[in-house]
Design a protein. Sequence first.
Length: 272
Amino acid sequence: MYEFVRMLFSQNNSDLAIGLFDVWHFLYLFIILGGSVFLALFFRNKSKTAKTRLIHIFAYLTIGFYVVDFFIMPLSDSYSGISVYKLPFNICTIMAVLVPFTEFNPKFAKIKKTVAVLGLTASTMWMVYPGTALGGQPPFCYLIFQTFMYHGLLYTWGFLNMAFGRIKLEWRTIWQEFVGILMILVWADFGNAIYGKEQNWFFIETSIFPFLSDSIMPLAVVFAVFGSAFLVHCIYYIVRAVINKSKKVQSAELRMQSCGKFPRFARKSNIP
C-alpha cells in the first residue's frame, strides 16, 4: 500500500514532460478557462440558490486543495517533507485563507471584491507562466496536477463571483486592489524576514528576471499585479458592455415582434 501511494504521487510516474505553452500546458488552460466559462453559461438562468451553492463548492475546494496538500506533500518525491514555501505568504496561497472568510463570513464582505480580483489575477498570471511547475515533470504527476488545479479553483471562484454579479467592479474602487497588493507585500516581507529571505515569497527578495535588479523587484511586482488587475477591470467592462448591448437588441426585437402581432390601430373594415 505504501509503495502504491508513493508511486501514485511520484513525479517519475511517466516519461512525458510538461513545457511552457506545449500541448499539456494548453490542455490545463483549456480545462480551467473553458470549464469556468461553461459553468457560467450553464448556470446563468439557474436560481440564485443554485449559483450560490456552486460558488460555495469552489470556495470549499480552494481551501480543501490547499490544506490537503500539506498531508500529501510528504508522500510525493517532488518535496522533501512539507514545503515551507507553501505557507500562506505568497499572493496565491494567502488567498486560500482569505477565500473562506470572504465567502462565508459577512464581516469580511467588504474585502470580497478585492480578494476575488486579486485571486483571479494572481492565478491567471501563474497559469500563463507556471514557473514553479516547469521542471520537466510529467503533466499529470501530483506536483503539476495540484498546482494547476489549486490555481484553477481559485480562478473559477473569482470568475463565477463576477459572472453571477455577486461582486461588481468599479473604477472608483480599484484603489482597494492596490492597497490589497501593498498589504500582501508587507505580509510577504514579514514571512521572508521570519523564515529566511531564500523563500522569496511574492518574489520581492530576489529578482526572477535577469534584466531586473533585486532592489527594483518589489516595485515591479506591485506594477505587474496591479496592471493585471487593471486589465481584469477593462475586460469586465468590455464584456458587460457587450452583454448589455445584446440585451437591448433582443429587447428591441421583441418589441418590434409584439407590434407586428398586435397593431396599435386595427384596419377599418369595408364590410357594411
